[in-house]
Design a protein around this ligand. Structure first.
Ligand code: COA
Length: 189
């Protein structure tokens, strides 16, 4: 996100269902060590569902280096008592260039922070930003074996547009998935 937009969509408070209060803020160029640690914390069971690339230091550093890019929006949910140190959730949408018709969305919440509303809070923030920035359509794919994510996406305004097979990817067997999309300028709430 361009630095000016990072100021516009600066830190907000998120109250989670377990009583924790977190901060949602744009990813920063100096988040490399925190994002590397977050990626390393993702167990293989979750990597099966969130595997856009290897979750290694090289990708973490590359993503943080691109934090000011005009063609991506990345937000992190962090513990307020150690701001910038521990990333508990990460959500993004990216698009290739100014002419792109659609962006791609991804999200991952740290174990121990799941099922407390962190995913909902991150998507709510992403929707607020996507009403203003980026293409008017946001795409994602989600395996049918991930009903929690499918249900959350539907509640947040994504619609199923296709049922398809995910190929053999990152060492996982092929499995059925949904392609979903959201019209970012139209969503309520
Ligand atoms: C999927 C994920 C992003 C959701 O984030 P989260 O913080 O755990 O989810 P939240 O607590 O915000 O919301 C989960 C919602 O699904 C509901 N839910 C939970 N399990 C469910 C199930 N088996 N079926 C249907 N709904 C379910 C919850 O009730 C909640 O709904 P609500 O907000 O209306 O109360 C997170 O669990 C995660 O990162 N998982 C591992 C990686 C992953 O799957 N990423 C997505 C790849 S497509």
């Amino acid at each position: 996100m361009k630095p000016a937009d990072q100021l516009k969509f600066g830190p907000i408070e998120a109250k989670l269902r377990d009583g924790k209060v977190a901060t949602i803020r744009p990813l920063r160029t100096d988040d490399g060590p925190a994002l590397t640690e977050f990626y390393a914390s993702v167990p293989r069971e979750d990597f099966r569902f969130y595997c856009p690339h290897e979750l290694d230091r090289a990708h973490a550093e590359a993503h943080c280096a691109a934090a000011d890019s005009p063609h991506e929006v990345v937000v992190v949910l962090v513990e307020p008592e150690s701001p910038g140190k521990v990333i508990a959730g990460y959500a993004w949408f990216r698009w290739p260039d100014d002419e792109a018709k659609a962006s791609t969305f991804g999200i991952c919440v740290r174990r121990g922070w799941q099922d407390c509303g962190a995913g909902r809070a991150l998507i709510t923030r992403v929707r607020e930003i996507a009403r203003i920035l980026g293409p008017a359509v946001m795409d994602l794919t989600v395996q049918k074996a991930n009903p929690r994510a499918v249900a959350l996406y539907q509640k947040m305004g994504f619609k199923i547009v296709r049922s398809q097979m995910r190929g053999n990817y990152m060492g996982f067997e092929p499995e059925p998935e949904f392609a979903m999309e959201m019209r970012t300028r139209d969503v309520e709430g």
